[in-house]
Write a protein that binds this ligand. Structure first.
Ligand code: ADP
Length: 218
């Protein structure tokens, strides 16, 4: 993966965990916070730290914020500061802005001013937990659209020892298998003759309802 430059504004729990994960993946991460202690605490997990107020246009221009590939505005409680920051970034011409919203109204304003991706951490996590409870074999998922997902689904043990051709998953469940995850390895576009093994995880694509049925098989 190419090395990209990210700026994370607001080093609370949410901002710091994004910064840390990106940094661990070898990306360049500038962490910004008003609070000196927050910057110090995050320092081991970021490439550079900066104490600054993101609602101060001069502070943003002096660090060349528009040269970053992506800015993540992880300010939560101070809704005004979050909105002002996104507005300033937009005015400076920043294209990729991700922002955390603490509630619906906050999210609506962020959307109206052109935030590329709005994250509702608590709502989204709640949905993930509910989905996990509803489909215990589903380990991870990506929402492709309103109706379609990519999901990682643990196979029921009775499918082990059979190949994809005889299981005929596409015809029976209307779900396509695009890869198999096995012992940390990935088998992309598996052959129909591939024998499934116990604890295989299928990476599947399909309609959410069909995937829900498939991931609930015993
Ligand atoms: P979390 O719930 O993820 O812990 P918080 O809302 O507690 O998030 O943390 C947001 C962080 O954003 C705080 O560390 C706060 O100091 C920082 N912050 C708030 N306003 C600004 C601002 N204008 N400029 C930079 N950092 C800010």
């Amino acid at each position: 993966m190419s090395r990209k430059q990210y700026a994370v504004i607001g080093l609370g729990r949410f901002g710091t965990s994004i910064a840390r994960k990106l940094h661990e993946a070898g990306q360049e991460v500038l962490g910004i916070d008003l609070d000196e202690v927050r910057v110090e605490d995050a320092e081991p997990y970021i490439t550079h730290g900066l104490i600054a107020d993101s609602t101060d246009e001069k502070a943003l221009t002096s660090i060349g914020i528009t040269n970053f590939d992506c800015v993540i505005v992880a300010i939560g409680d101070d809704i005004q500061a979050s909105i002002l920051t996104v507005m300033l970034l937009k005015n400076l011409g920043m294209k990729k802005i991700i922002a955390k919203a603490v509630g619906k109204r906050h999210g609506q304003v962020l959307e109206a001013i052109g935030t590329s991706w709005i994250i509702y951490p608590e709502r989204d996590m709640g949905e993930r937990v509910a989905n996990q409870l509803l489909s215990p074999n589903m380990l991870n998922y990506i929402e492709l659209s309103k109706d379609y997902n990519i999901e990682e689904i643990m196979i029921p043990s009775r499918m082990a020892g059979k190949n994809l051709r005889e299981l005929d998953i596409r015809a029976k469940y209307n779900v396509s298998v695009i890869a198999i995850l096995r012992d940390g390895e990935i088998i992309v576009s598996p052959s129909p003759d591939e024998l499934l093994q116990i604890e295989d995880i299928l990476v599947t694509i399909g309609n959410r309802k069909d995937l829900a049925k498939f991931s609930n098989l015993e």
